[in-house]
Design a protein around this ligand. Structure first.
Ligand code: ZN
Length: 441
């Protein structure tokens, strides 16, 4: 990939994130891209007919998506090449009865979703985006779905002035989770009680009457677009780099024509940040169901399907912690991962990451074949290690798995940062991964 192509890959990533302020948008935009590339949508509640060389995708509940292209060599020998990632990011979700008067202001109650750096949300130009369920007589079951995105600053979490919080720089910015996180929306008005105000805004954005609003999944999103920074624009900043960067890479690398190998697949799940145990999460049966149905549609019996799984690989792609030179003691000295120096193989003896020595060697070889450098990450022994979807998917499906991801700073901040070079590098490696396979290696 030329320098220009790498820059373009990163620009595409920032555009994807800016158009995807919620996991529902991330999936809708992925679907639109896949359609444009000739992938056809399959419904889970209809029979599947699959052809060699065909590209397909399945969406579960609007925020998890599995896309795949069937190769022309026998699946029982070549297996599946799966890249797993997650569509959700930590932050806030709007409560079912959110609007209330808080002193002179109309406030919106929010739940904390996953493990965000709460202080990073203060004083930012925030908005709301997500999925709204509405009464719609023309839709199945009379329930329609609308994606909404208020494309302007709408809500705010203002700081307390330092004059009233003198210790803030020593103690850090802390919030009472129940009382101090409601977001401010408007001044209280007598004509427009808080609930009416909120429902009116949401109904307008959804294009329905307020009485037809049923329920919502609304994320609090940043309005600042992604940016390159540094003298040469060598770094990037945006929200949701964890983990829309990996979703973008998994999708961008998918072949537009049938590969020679078995099945190339991008599996993108919601709910990773809250443990993945859900209808559409990576610990659920979505992937297993899709794999089984592909096997059945291609005529594999149980024995051949098991053989295909045993010959498969899962690359679990989620972001990694780059070395932060102002906090050197939070890193392992021998595993200082750097931005713009290639994808990271994540290793943890306690299996919080699924990469064993086979997975490490396998992914390192993929990088070498793509002409891309790679790095290894170990969390310090004296800090608890995070985890991701790799170990649970490896255990559930019996897949050889390696946990990898591009390096970044400020994971779970509403404004994360990373290198501008690494996105294109990861895409190149994943292209090689999807294309390989008939050797059953
Ligand atoms: Zn993640």
């Amino acid at each position: 990939m030329s320098e220009q192509d790498r820059r373009q890959a990163t620009q595409d990533l920032l555009a994807y994130i800016d158009a995807s302020p919620s996991p529902w948008h991330a999936v809708a935009n992925a679907a639109a891209d896949l359609e444009a590339r000739g992938y056809r949508r399959l419904a889970e509640d209809e029979p599947w007919r699959l052809e060699a060389g065909g590209g397909y995708y399945v969406i579960r509940d609007d925020s998890s998506l599995i896309a795949f292209r069937i190769g022309d060599s026998p699946l029982s020998r070549s297996g599946f090449r799966i890249v797993g990632a997650h569509t959700d990011s930590p932050g806030f979700r709007v409560k079912p009865n959110p609007a209330h008067a808080k002193g002179p202001l109309t406030a919106l109650g929010v739940e904390i979703y996953g493990g965000p750096i709460l202080a990073s949300f203060a004083d930012r130009d925030l908005t709301l985006a997500g999925r709204v369920m509405v009464r719609d007589d023309s839709a199945p079951g009379s329930l329609g779905t609308r994606l909404v995105h208020f494309d302007r600053p709408l809500v705010r979490l203002p700081n307390l002035a330092i004059h009233m919080n003198r210790e803030v720089n020593k103690e850090g910015l802390k919030f009472d989770y129940q009382d101090q996180l409601p977001l401010f929306l408007a001044a209280v008005s007598e004509e427009l009680p808080p609930e009416e105000r909120f429902r009116g805004l949401l109904a307008e954005a959804a294009g329905v009457a307020a009485d037809d609003l049923c329920s919502w999944g609304l994320a609090v999103a940043d309005t600042q677009p992604g940016a390159f920074w540094g003298p040469e624009g060598e770094f990037i900043a945006d929200s949701q780099l964890d983990n829309l960067a990996s979703c973008h890479a998994a999708l961008a690398a998918l072949p537009d024509d049938g590969p020679e190998a078995g099945v190339a697949m991008a599996a993108l799940f919601d709910h990773e940040e809250v443990g993945s145990e859900s209808y559409k999460g990576a610990a659920g049966n979505f992937l297993e169901s899709v794999l089984e149905r592909i096997g059945a549609a291609l005529g594999l019996d149980a024995e051949a399907y098991r053989a295909a799984l045993a010959g498969s690989w899962l690359v679990s792609a989620d972001m990694a912690h780059a070395y932060h030179p102002s906090w050197p003691r939070h890193h392992d000295d021998q595993h200082q991962v750097r931005v713009n120096e290639g994808p990271v193989i994540k290793v943890n003896a306690a299996q919080r990451y699924a990469s064993d020595e086979l997975g490490q060697a396998y992914f390192a070889r993929l990088c070498e074949q793509a002409g891309v450098p790679h790095q290894s990450y170990i969390h310090r022994n004296d800090l608890p290690c995070g985890s991701t979807i790799g170990p649970m998917m490896a255990a559930r499906l019996g897949l050889r798995t390696v946990d990898v991801g591009n390096p970044m700073w400020a994971m779970h901040s509403v404004r994360e940062s990373a290198g501008g070079e690494d996105q294109g590098a990861l895409i190149e490696v994943l292209k090689g991964f999807y294309a390989e396979g008939s050797s059953g290696s």
